[in-house]
Write a protein that binds this ligand. Structure first.
Ligand SMILES: NC(=O)C1=CN([C@@H]2O[C@H](COP(=O)(O)OP(=O)(O)OC[C@H]3O[C@@H](n4cnc5c(N)ncnc54)[C@H](OP(=O)(O)O)[C@@H]3O)[C@@H](O)[C@H]2O)C=CC1
Ligand SMILES: CC(=O)[C@](C)(O)C(=O)O
Ligand SMILES: [Mg+2]
Ligand SMILES: [Mg+2]
Length: 493
């Protein structure tokens, strides 16, 4: 098999990268009817598998799980996830032959093996559904020509796919039909119905392509969503402890701070997040984030370039072939960091204090969201897709860090995202070495406003406000958030 994207002429590469139509809610008035009464069989019951299945069943669809034999016989977590939630569970031979839609929610590294195992059992004219385009695009998996191949990709960690649905909302979702596999022309109707079943239509849906989804998803997860939140959390904690701040306080500020700070981002973009700062703090955070953007821009561009060329996939698949050597080493190294090993202190931190005492994270978030957005758009990804993949998903990832630190984030995200997160973190920490040497507790750990009279140069403040508000991510974000009428504020720490 060869990388499907690399087989395309440049014209077609740009065409498929550029597929991105925001779907009006009127396109979902048929609800789940295209899948009503159909047998939906999910392969795998992990982060996405369990949570999508719970939403689909609550939306009135017939969902069961097929697991590999060793998972059933060994009563593994996936078997427990499915049975404890009263889903029917069966082997491939028992459930695949009568399935109308087979949903492949196994780890990307297993997709070729899993699809080769289930495809021969799939009935004529059935549908194969993915939540990420890696197997089709990066590996070039060839699917039987009578089968329909679609994608419904939540731009969100599995746990929050369920949490937002239960709140009566949903998560932004990309849907796509693989152009090589839509023999009956039913792919789009089924993808839309599945998307309604997961609740995605309540947050915003883009009609995308397998290519556009995978090239943006890999970029978002490696940089702002996981990589930079990991690097920023570890460096912030270490700096505070180095400067004598109580470790329990530092741990709590970092663990919960990113959720509090990015909740403002989710509700009102970078503008609302920065507006939570005093004027003098906003100017300081703006200046720091401008410096961070200059330092990290080449690294963000390298990640996007390696994703576009297939180089990232090549090195990750080398690690798969090498028994996940790097993934497991970097996972262990992360677990050994002082931040991960220091419990959050039993100390009260007020909501505003998370902003006033943690300008550094505000600066990391603005720099990372803008850089990821800019780099994706420069690479041919459309602004709507870049918005969901950079700004909107950041608070959803932050929710996982607030729950159980980086351990929880790296557990819930896909192995592909986890590998990409570590790859970025391994490069970004040294890249920020000189920058961090200059950082003191005024921007991380202590109230930046303490002892200052708050005087600002009005012209400078006006310029800073204009620079923040006029960024394209703020323009497209305001439009897309208007469609999120059911968005609920979450109760933060
Ligand atoms: N995690 C996330 O938040 C997101 C993930 N995605 C995509 O969703 C898909 C699933 O990812 P995710 O939910 O993270 O996966 P998880 O690692 O959470 O779960 C994988 C599931 O597959 C099973 N599994 C593992 N290996 C095999 C195998 N060889 N054969 C059959 N079953 C296997 C596991 O059960 P057991 O080992 O017990 O058999 C487990 O139930 C991926 O394509 C990912 O890119 C998309 C958006 C977000
Ligand atoms: C949660 C999500 O969207 C990721 C980061 O892309 C993933 O887990 O693969
Ligand atoms: Mg993603
Ligand atoms: Mg991903």
């Amino acid at each position: 098999m060869a990388n499907y994207f690399n087989t395309l002429p440049l014209r077609e590469k740009l065409n498929q990268l550029g597929v991105c139509d925001f779907m009006d809610s009127a396109e979902f008035l048929d609800g789940v009817s295209a899948l009503k009464g159909k047998k939906l069989v999910v392969v795998g019951c992990g982060a996405q598998g369990l949570n999508q299945g719970l939403n689909l069943r609550d939306s009135g669809l017939d969902v069961s799980y097929t697991l590999r034999k060793e998972a059933i016989e060994g009563k593994r977590d996936s078997w427990k996830n499915a049975t404890e939630n009263n889903f029917k569970v069966g082997t491939y031979e028992e459930l695949i032959p009568t399935a109308d839609v087979v949903i492949n929610l196994t780890p990307d590294k297993q997709h070729t093996a899993v699809v080769n195992a289930v495809m021969p059992l799939m009935k004529e004219g059935a549908t194969l559904l993915y939540s990420h385009g890696f197997n089709i695009v990066e590996e070039g998996m060839q699917i039987r020509k009578d089968l329909t191949v679609i994608m419904v990709a939540p731009k969100c960690p599995g746990s929050e796919v369920r949490a937002e649905y239960v709140r009566g909302f949903g998560v932004p979702t990309l849907i796509a039909v693989h152009p090589e596999n839509d023999p009956q022309g039913k792919g789009l109707a089924q993808a839309k119905a599945y998307c309604v079943g997961t609740g995605g239509h309540r947050a915003g849906v883009l009609k995308s392509s397998f290519v556009a989804e995978v090239k943006s998803d890999l970029m978002g997860e490696q940089t702002i969503l996981c990589g930079l939140l990991q690097t920023g959390s570890i460096l912030s904690f270490d700096k505070m402890v180095e400067k004598g701040i109580d470790a329990g306080y530092a741990s709590k500020l970092v663990q919960y701070g990113v959720e509090v700070i990015t909740e403002a981002l989710k509700q009102g973009g970078i503008t609302a997040m920065m507006d939570r700062l005093s004027n003098i703090a906003k100017i300081k955070a703006f200046e720091i984030s401008e410096e961070l953007k200059d330092i990290m821009r080449p690294l963000f561009q390298k990640h996007q370039d390696d994703i576009m060329s297939g180089e990232f996939s090549r090195i990750m698949m080398e690690d798969w072939a090498n028994g996940d050597k790097n993934l497991l080493a970097w996972r262990a190294e992360t677990g050994e960091t002082a931040f991960e090993k220091t419990p959050a202190g039993d100390v009260k931190i007020g909501e505003q204090e998370y902003f006033d005492n943690y300008l550094l994270m505000v600066a990391f978030v603005r720099a990372g969201v803008e850089l990821a957005f800019e780099t994706m758009v420069q690479a041919g990804i459309k602004p709507e897709s870049a918005y969901y993949e950079s700004l909107h998903e950041t608070p959803l990832i932050a929710n996982t860090i607030a729950r159980k630190k980086l351990f929880e984030m790296n557990r819930v995200i896909s192995d592909t995202a986890e590998y990409g997160c570590y790859l970025f973190d391994q490069a970004c920490k040294p890249l920020l070495g000189d920058f961090m040497k200059k950082v003191d507790t005024d921007i991380v750990g202590k109230n930046f406003n303490a002892g200052k009279d708050g005087a600002v140069d009005n012209r400078q403040l006006i310029e800073v406000n204009e620079a923040i508000r006029s960024h394209e991510v703020e323009q497209i974000g305001a439009t897309l958030r208007k469609a999120m009428t059911a968005m609920k504020a979450i109760k933060t720490a």
